[in-house]
Design a binder for this molecule. Structure first.
Ligand SMILES: [Zn+2]
Length: 86
């Protein structure tokens, strides 16, 4: 059974992938994926990346404390002497 026997080419499928993912559909059942191990591997990679990203950034908005850290870091930088730069 050839991978090229699919109705949908890999390029077409991958172009639709973001839409399929954001639709919340269970794309594991997608017709193209069932016949294409290349795209299954691609999807597994994307899934691993997405899971890693969720672990690294568990919330969409950074907590207020982070902004305070950034703000105080900026203030420190502005207050630092710049004599060496001119
Ligand atoms: Zn494919």
């Amino acid at each position: 059974m050839s991978e090229f026997a699919n109705n949908l080419s890999c390029a077409q499928f991958q172009a639709e992938l973001p839409e399929l993912i954001s639709s919340g559909e269970h794309i594991g059942n997608h017709q193209h994926l069932r016949g294409c191990k290349l795209c299954r591997a691609l999807l597994a990679d994307l899934d691993a990346i997405a899971q890693a990203a969720r672990r690294l950034f568990p919330v969409e908005e950074p907590p207020d404390a982070l902004w305070w850290d950034i703000e105080s870091a900026i203030v420190r930088e502005e207050a630092a002497p710049l004599g060496w730069s001119s």
